[in-house]
Design a protein around this ligand. Structure first.
Ligand SMILES: *Cc1c(COP(=O)(O)O)cnc(C)c1O
Length: 367
């Protein structure tokens, strides 16, 4: 049988940028400086520029980017934050870590993203922040979300963990909200060689607050303004990310090419394909199809040597971790149907045309 096609293969991206990455690793090793140094500063500046925001602060991971971003916006115990009912659990956990309550809102069935038409009904006097996610890389409807926030005096923090280099009506994602939270987890579209995250913003005061929170609540060493955290993007990760950032646009173009091959090759089959509405450019972090017999489809692909994953099998409101909120099956039916039906096909920069064809043929033979 021919070679197995894994769901994700990070090796081709490393090979493509190997010289720059290896040089970055050795540069830091020889520098004798490992935290809060020049590598972090230059990555922060380059990344801010790439996402169209004046400021960017590196932090330890994507969850911390969300958590510290919410704290900088003043979210605390008793507050409510509106989150999508279908997202990775980190979006919700960041709210809980502030002592606030995540209030789920159902997605739009076509885009998988939070449905702006359903947000207003979830706003209460305790609501402080709207927290949309650009799920699978497709930008959320930010104009409608920002308009609702303005109308109700709320802040917007967007979870950009899956949306590096995504474009919303001509503007890069990352400069569209009060604060934007990023993850550089290795499998993300811009991935470190370990954990990493960042918060981008156009607001100098919010940027300063995130910087204080990430470093023990201190602006001046050994002077602590608030009870902060240890959440720093280390010099090795910052240097690796700086080495990889120049390749992000080309890697995104490859993702977009693979996605368009899938959309063409799988058109007309009895399964629901992802959509890219006019004006939105997905970063295609994931290519997610929907099928009523999802588990059978996944098994059939596996039997033909094609890996796949489920993002995600259980929605946050039905996780044991959120039993305290008292939700039951049926409370968020749009999200629950998605979790039953979604399947993510292999998609990574460096995938060959032959591998793309094999994925298409395997899906055709399986539905
Ligand atoms: C990956 C991810 C996060 C968390 O990022 P980490 O760096 O793993 O902490 C948050 N939200 C979404 C949507 C993600 O995909």
């Amino acid at each position: 049988m021919s070679e197995f096609i894994p769901f994700l293969n990070l090796q081709p991206a490393y090979e493509a940028t190997r010289a720059a990455i290896d040089a970055a690793l050795l540069r830091v090793a020889g520098s004798g400086w490992f935290l809060l140094g020049g590598e972090l500063q230059s990555f922060e500046q380059a990344y801010a520029q790439s996402c169209g925001a004046p400021f960017c602060a590196g932090v330890a991971n994507g969850l911390d980017a969300l958590h510290l971003g919410l704290l900088a916006l003043g979210v605390g115990p008793g507050d409510e934050v509106i989150v999508p009912s279908n997202t990775y659990i980190a979006t919700w956990l960041a709210v809980s870590q502030c002592g606030a309550t995540p209030v789920p809102v159902e997605p739009d069935a076509a885009s998988f993203n939070i449905d702006p038409l359903r947000i207003e009904a979830a706003i209460t006097p305790r609501t402080r922040v709207l927290l949309p996610v650009h799920l699978y890389g497709l930008p959320a409807e930010m104009d409608a979300i920002n308009a609702l926030a303005n109308k109700h005096g709320l802040k917007v923090l967007d979870d950009c963990a899956q949306a590096h280099a995504a474009v919303y009506r001509g503007q890069p994602v990352g400069g569209l909200a009060d604060l934007s939270a990023w993850s550089f987890y290795p499998g993300k579209n811009l991935g470190a060689m370990g954990d990493g995250g960042a918060v981008s913003t156009a607001d100098a005061a919010l940027d300063a607050q995130v910087r204080v929170l990430r470093n023990y609540g201190s602006r001046v060493k050994y002077h602590n303004e608030v009870k902060g955290y240890n959440s720093r993007l280390d010099e090795i990760q910052a240097a690796v990310l700086s080495a990889k950032l120049p390749a992000l646009q080309a890697a995104t173009a490859q993702r977009r090419h693979i996605a368009s091959r899938f959309l063409d090759g799988l058109a007309g089959l009895p399964l629901v394909l992802p959509q890219e509405p006019p004006g939105l450019e997905s970063a295609w972090h994931l290519f997610v199809v929907r099928h009523a017999a999802r588990d059978r489809l996944q098994a059939a692909l596996q039997a033909q040597g094609v890996g796949s994953l489920i993002h995600y099998p259980v929605p946050p409101h039905l996780q044991p971790a959120y039993a305290e909120l008292g939700y039951a099956p049926g409370d968020f039916p749009v999200a629950e149907a998605m979790h039953r039906e979604v399947l993510s096909l292999p998609l990574w920069p460096g995938m060959s045309e032959a591998q793309i064809d094999r994925v298409i043929q395997a899906v055709k033979a399986s539905v």
